[in-house]
Design a protein around this ligand. Structure first.
Ligand SMILES: [Zn+2]
Length: 342
């Protein structure tokens, strides 16, 4: 199961779950697989294809309950039953009612099932998917890239290349992993970003979500004109373009819960909030953030635009990871309290 969890971390399956699978017969590993991208083969199917006839009488380990529904690929339960697998070990039950029922189907077919193997570890590897399905809203990650003195842009608004190449590559993988990137109007106006995931071998580009309450951004910006998937959130009653989604506004701007709800309805399980500071601060103030990915460069601007501006909310954070990326520092924090996390 440890190996299956390791495999599950490969690929960018958003908005599907991360799943890894290992097939063992007579103490020998005869097949392994993972869900690499949405629309591609499931982990179990990949592992069964490698195992071939050796799956007969074998043990199958998978990190998430095998699916039992006809999606873009056939149900994995059928493939497991047909291959003659003897026993199935599952780490985590699938909370998604559309896909669950796999264990029952396997048991009904006479296959012994063991559930809960290395469950905690497997849950961590699939935290985005499990949180989204259980809470019916996407898992929210806020990314910040600042100088050592806490600025996200110079006074003139320019912000290019605060962090180095390695940190930017990790940023692109975060976009791919979450499957959706969200920014506010100012970021599009100032940087005209593409917000694509420049990751080798990526199949599905993330959905771009732009908060533009008054619908003032021209469609010539790259997020609207480059042919990739984009939705723009505008105030109710301002329908203009086919990519517009209407959301109610309150005294503080958008009702962000509705924004997340609309993204979840579109199948999104994760959202990477990339900016700017006001947008990130709004999500943090509402207690709608699960995780912060902070990138800090050793350089300083001395003066400029601070990350969360003057409206920085008080946060209870728990650092769970730290790494050096070239000369930059990358830290991961879980946001404690709020409405999202006990
Ligand atoms: Zn499946």
């Amino acid at each position: 199961m440890s190996r299956a969890i390791e495999l599950s971390r490969r690929g960018y399956p958003a908005p599907n779950p991360h799943v890894g699978c290992v097939i063992v017969r007579d103490g020998e590993m005869v097949g392994e697989g993972w869900h690499d991208f949405a629309g591609g083969p499931h982990a179990e199917a990949m592992a069964l294809a490698i195992a071939g006839a050796r799956a007969l009488g074998a043990d199958l380990y998978c990190t998430l309950e095998p699916c039992n529904h006809e999606g873009r690929t056939g149900p994995c339960t059928h493939a497991i039953i047909q291959a003659g697998v003897a026993r199935v070990f599952v780490a985590v039950r699938d909370p998604n009612t559309k896909a669950s029922g796999g264990i029952e189907a396997l048991v009904k077919a006479g296959i012994a099932c063991d559930v809960g193997i290395l469950e905690e570890e497997a849950r961590v590897a699939n935290e985005v998917y499990l949180t989204a399905i259980e809470r019916e809203r996407p898992y929210v990650v806020v990314k910040s890239a600042t100088t050592s003195d806490g600025f996200i842009a110079r006074t003139d608004g320019t912000s290019k290349w605060i962090t180095g190449e390695e940190a930017r590559a990790v940023g692109h993988r975060l976009r791919a992993d979450m499957g959706c990137v969200l920014v506010g109007r100012v970021t599009v106006e100032r940087d005209d970003p593409q917000l694509t995931a420049r990751v080798p071998g990526i199949v599905n580009q993330p959905l771009r979500a732009v908060l533009d309450p008054r619908a003032v951004l021209p469609s010539t910006h790259r997020v609207f004109s480059d042919g990739g998937p984009t939705v723009r959130f505008v105030k109710k009653g301002l329908t203009q373009e086919e990519y517009d989604v209407e959301v109610e506004t309150g005294p503080e701007g958008f009702v962000l819960k509705q924004v997340l709800g609309a993204l979840f309805e579109r199948g999104m399980i994760g959202v990477l909030v990339e900016g700017g500071g006001e947008t990130a601060a709004a999500f943090l103030r509402k207690g709608l953030v699960d995780r912060i990915e902070r990138f800090t460069s050793p350089h300083s601007f001395g003066t400029g635009h601070p990350w969360l501006g003057s409206s920085a909310p008080e946060l209870k954070l728990k650092k769970v990871a730290e790494e050096r990326l070239g000369e930059d520092l990358h830290e991961t924090f879980l946001v404690l309290g709020g409405t999202n996390r006990p």
